[in-house]
Design a protein around this ligand. Structure first.
Ligand code: HEC
Length: 120
């Protein structure tokens, strides 16, 4: 995995640069991971697997965000809306609170990219 990451990094870096030159800012999963660790791991766990310290007291508990079936069943917009506006905005538990006040639009897109990267 490390070796793979290292070998594709130059490709990703040049693509990112190309997109920035074109005026499209690419979402950054690493920056998303930092925000996730800051705000989300208490419930969602270090790796988003639904095993944070607070998860046991939540009903329903947060799902495993790395679950491929769930990943395939939702679009990026769903992840963004739930994160920004809270679970209630998507018919889910209000215990998943809105984070739009603490996260910028860029943070939100980075978090979506991070959550997507868990699917492996
Ligand atoms: C106080 C605990 C708590 C925190 C903190 C929290 N969540 Fe959640 N989250 C939940 C719960 C509980 C659910 C499950 C809701 C349900 O299934 O009804 C959930 C569900 C989700 C889902 C899945 C929606 C789905 O389709 O099942 C996403 C994505 C998500 N949270 C993202 C985040 C992100 C990103 C953060 C940090 C910015 C965050 N959550 C912080 C409790 C939390």
């Amino acid at each position: 995995m490390r070796i793979l990451k290292r070998s594709i990094f130059p490709v990703i870096a040049s693509c990112t640069l190309a997109m920035m030159v074109n005026g499209v800012l690419a979402a950054d999963p690493d920056a998303g991971q930092q925000k996730f660790q800051q705000f989300c791991t208490t419930c969602h766990g270090e790796n988003g697997q639904g095993d944070g310290p607070a998860a046991a007291s939540l009903k329903p508990a947060p799902r495993d965000l790395s679950d491929a079936e769930w990943q395939a069943s939702v679009d990026d917009q769903h992840i963004l809306v739930v994160t920004r506006d809270g679970g209630a905005a998507a018919g889910l538990s209000p215990m998943m609170t809105p984070w739009g006040h603490s996260l910028s639009e860029e943070d939100l897109h980075n978090i979506v990219a991070y959550i997507r990267s868990l699917d492996d």
